[in-house]
Design a binder for this molecule. Structure first.
Ligand SMILES: [Zn+2]
Length: 85
């Protein structure tokens, strides 16, 4: 698996990680990856900040469609940047 593919998989699971939908082994793998991969760690921080913001703006009932759209935008931007680097 190349590094790009690995990061893509990790990022997809970072969102589940926040939702606490992962088992311990998966959570560990993601933690390990985040420690060694700055772009993914950055995305993780952005995702966390975004959740705080959304919660402040909408309360616990943040529209899930809005969250989906922000997620899509984040991953698209991320991989466009990597493709250009
Ligand atoms: Zn990564």
């Amino acid at each position: 698996m190349d590094e790009h593919e690995r990061c893509h998989r990790i990022l997809a699971r970072v969102f589940a990680f926040h939702d606490e939908a992962l088992d311990e082994a998966e959570a560990d793998e993601i933690r390990q990856h985040l420690l060694g991969c700055e772009p993914c760690l950055g995305k993780f921080e952005v995702e966390r900040a975004m959740r705080v913001l959304i919660r402040r703006s909408f309360g616990e009932s943040a529209p899930s469609r809005l969250r989906e759209r922000i997620r899509e935008k984040l991953s698209l931007d991320s991989f466009n940047d990597q493709a250009l680097a």
